[in-house]
Design a protein around this ligand. Structure first.
Ligand code: SF4
Ligand code: SF4
Length: 464
């Protein structure tokens, strides 16, 4: 199987740091005593709690109902008693209502789940309702309800689904282990999702350093694809970061360039313009699990790794597990310096270990050494410009952000930044370049929202 070289501008080769957990099989963790299931784990409307404190619940029972079309149900991953409906902090720093459940450690499940289920019962006509009922969402940072993502793809007559199994971030191996251990599930999931949206082609993109994984996957995909009249297969891609980003996958696989703005205002997504729908490998496996075993999305694979973790690993954990409950299983050094939810490039540094795992939590990375760098002045070395994968000028945009010149940021395409963090990573002056660009982007978005609601001119921005 050949390696497809990356075609996008810029990019960097990151140290892998994956050896710590690459060969660590996924271990299911024992249920923690308390689980905090957020009602908001996706874009759109949060679920609405449908249980009361004191109520007994079974594993897989809905505890939050979907609130409209842009929403999905939330389920209990354990059997036990609802203790409270409370406000909690999510890893991204926002807040959500959550059902707090005390596990009885019996894991009694509701009837008819975790049993073989005919995936053919899920059809074009009913997949939206079924997927929302199973609580399926995109299990990456964007987290759109899966049925909405698929509906948009159908409406745009998408012909290909690309499954992203690149896992470009250092340390993380959850997707790799899932693909190795659940290869058939991924292949079947892709085949059925293609069927549901009317796509006739499916490709799983795998890091070329995992060639064996890609070859096994390719064999299964070809076999199951042929049976359904679909062209399915795996491709090995160069690991130039951020090759795993949706737009970089489009460029490398199809030599297609689409506008970076993901929402085009007409209900479509950028990748749909190229006839492609990109989904994460975890999302595809969760959809297959639901269609083949009537299993709602209640658990996910999470990597715990980093220099401050003495027993790193990959864990199948209930969604809603507190971070410190998972860290307690990994013999973490008490004096670690930094805890990041997600990967070190795009993850979110946490103020403490009190947050919970959501459907989008791919990993916890702990760094042992204090990395205190005082930012210096920009020395105009141009490294950030050279390596930026979308070809914008990060140094200039960071300057505009610092001087409050938001509107000029738009002229220099700030909104096309995909927040890969390469500019901060390569900067020899240790400037928080991406952080500054994000500040500028949020200011532009606020201005756009104010404009749309007729509140332009309330003094949120400076005239430049
Ligand atoms: S974070 Fe944005 S500006 Fe910085 S390198 Fe990535 S895409 Fe370019
Ligand atoms: S990498 Fe840092 S120092 Fe170099 S041009 Fe960019 S912001 Fe300036």
């Amino acid at each position: 199987m050949r390696t497809i070289q990356s075609l996008f501008h810029g990019g960097i080769y990151l140290p892998s740091e994956k050896a710590l957990t690459l060969d660590a099989p996924v271990q299911a963790i024992a249920d923690p005593q308390f689980i905090f299931i957020p009602m908001r784990q996706h874009k759109g409307a949060p679920a609405v709690p449908c249980v009361q404190p004191g109520e007994l619940v079974l594993q897989g029972q809905p505890i939050g109902r979907a609130d409209g079309e842009e929403s999905v149900a939330a389920h209990s991953p354990v059997s036990g008693k609802v203790c409270a409906i409370d406000d909690i902090r999510l890893p991204d720093g926002t807040h959500s209502l959550a059902a707090v459940i005390e596990s009885d450690r019996r894991n009694e499940a509701v009837e008819h789940i975790n049993v073989p289920h005919d995936p053919a019962e899920v059809s074009e006509a009913n997949f939206a309702e079924r997927f929302a009922g199973w609580g399926l969402v995109q299990m990456s940072c964007r987290g759109m309800p899966l049925h909405r993502r698929l509906q948009i793809a159908r409406d745009n007559q998408v012909h290909t689904i690309v499954v992203n199994a690149m896992e470009s971030e250092p340390y993380l191996t959850a997707d790799h282990r899932l693909t190795v251990e659940q290869t058939l599930l991924v292949a079947l999931g892709l085949a059925h999702l293609c069927r549901l949206i009317g796509a006739d082609r499916g490709i799983v993109a795998v890091d070329h350093r995992r060639r064996e994984e890609a070859e096994l996957l390719d064999r299964l995909l070809v076999e199951h694809g042929e049976a359904l009249g679909l062209t399915l297969g795996a491709e090995c891609l160069d690991h130039l970061y951020p090759q795993g980003h949706e737009l970089m996958l489009l460029k490398t696989l199809f030599d297609e360039e689409v506008p970076v703005r993901l929402d085009d205002g007409a209900g479509g997504l950028a990748s749909d313009r190229a006839g492609v729908c990109v989904l994460g490998v975890g999302t595809v496996a969760a959809a297959a699990d639901a269609m083949l075993f009537n299993r709602p999305l209640t658990h996910r694979v999470v990597t715990v790794s980093g220099e401050a973790v003495r027993k790193p690993g990959n864990f199948l954990a209930p969604v809603g597990t507190r971070v410190f409950d998972l860290l307690a299983l990994c013999d973490v050094e008490s004096e670690y310096d930094r805890l990041v939810v997600g990967g070190p490039m795009t993850g979110v540094a946490q103020p403490d270990d009190q947050s919970v795992l959501t459907k989008q939590t791919s990993g916890l990375v702990l760094f042992g050494t204090a990395l205190v760098h005082q930012p210096g002045p920009c020395i105009r070395c141009g490294w950030c410009v050279e390596d930026c994968p979308v070809g914008i000028n990060p140094a200039l945009l960071a300057d505009l952000a610092e001087s409050g010149q938001w509107r000029r940021g738009s002229r220099f395409h700030a909104e096309t930044c995909i927040e890969c963090n390469i500019c901060s990573y390569v900067c020899p002056s240790r400037l928080p370049v991406m952080e500054r660009i994000c500040k500028l982007k949020r200011a532009l978005e606020r201005e756009e929202d104010d404009g749309a609601s007729g509140r332009v001119g309330e003094g949120a921005t400076r005239r430049t």
